[in-house]
Design a protein around this ligand. Structure first.
Ligand SMILES: [Zn+2]
Length: 305
């Protein structure tokens, strides 16, 4: 057990919450690629108070990478934007997602109050955005900022000057996956943090896009590369999330064999009462070969006072 805990201390991502949308611990992660930058992966309303505790006046950049637009992953964006402004007025929250969901996201966040009302009597017709939203392509590039209540635009008049997208160095790729039929898109991320490859699935029905990504990382950087795979996992057969079954176990153990410095971190548990965690822990003990067991872990929620 102590080894498991020690392993956690070295992981690149920390968690505001680790469970599903039906729990009181929505799965949202965060990390600091450098002392002046804070990056969230998804933000739910449920985690705003915790997120606020991480904000400081010394931050120059606060970014939220959004995997998809379900409420447990995106409902906190506008509140986070206001929280960022309240701590440091010169910092605007950068909301980063795949361009295929940028239009829906813009409308959703605008409807939640993503624009400040212009002062009474002002001639300005529309308010100023409290966040900037970037719709990127799969390799993390954007022609320009993307923001506007009529959809994405590169000629927005809302901002005082054209603000070019500032590349996020640690973001290497936005990985397309499948989650819910009703969603236009769901995405994971490949990040490079402190020399480690971090592959984050977001909510996903399939493991294959992320195994393919790790395969190519092993091919390009060498199989000894340090890596972390964060995986949405379900023991409930919900039809929306990756099932823990023999195919998943095969795929995970195959990667652990190929990459000796890979760790797999399971997240987005079905409940917050601990049943899913207990069941998963049992299945790891029973179904994973002993040599790989200490490299599979369950995500842990950070404690905030
Ligand atoms: Zn979801």
């Amino acid at each position: 057990m102590s080894d498991r805990i020690r392993n956690f201390e070295n992981l690149e991502l920390k968690f505001l919450g680790v469970s599903s949308g039906h729990s009181d611990s929505h799965t949202n992660a965060y990390f600091k690629p450098d002392p002046e930058t804070l990056v969230f992966i998804d933000i739910s309303m449920l985690n705003i108070e915790k997120a606020r505790k991480l904000l400081g006046w010394n931050l120059k950049r606060v970014i939220v990478l959004i995997t998809h637009l379900h409420p447990d992953h995106a409902s906190g964006v506008v509140s986070l934007a206001y929280a960022v402004k309240s701590v440091n007025r010169s910092v605007i929250l950068e909301v980063v997602l795949h361009k295929n969901i940028a239009l829906e996201a813009t409308r959703m966040f605008d409807a939640m109050g993503g624009r400040e009302s212009p002062p009474f009597g002002s001639k300005v017709e529309k308010g100023m955005p409290v966040y900037r939203l970037y719709g990127l392509d799969s390799v993390g590039d954007s022609d320009d900022y993307c923001f506007g209540s009529n959809g994405c635009t590169t000629s927005s008049t809302y901002l005082p000057k054209r603000l070019k997208f500032r590349k996020i160095d640690c973001l290497k790729e936005i990985i397309s996956t499948r989650h819910s039929e009703k969603l236009r898109g769901a995405y994971g991320f490949w990040l490079e943090i402190n020399g480690k490859s971090v592959v984050y699935s977001g909510d996903t029905l399939f493991i294959s896009p992320f195994i393919t990504k790790l395969d190519s990382i092993a091919y390009n950087y060498g199989s000894e590369k340090e890596a972390e795979l964060y995986l949405d996992i379900s023991v409930r057969h919900s039809g929306l999330h990756l099932n823990w079954d023999y195919k998943t176990v095969d795929a995970i153990t195959g990667m652990l064999r190929l990459m000796p410095n890979l760790k797999v971190i399971l997240m987005h548990f079905d409940d917050n009462k601990g049943f899913a965690k207990k069941l998963l822990q049992e299945r790891i003990e029973n179904e994973i070969a002993e040599q790989f067991r200490d490299r599979i872990m369950l995500a842990q929620e950070e404690q905030f006072n």
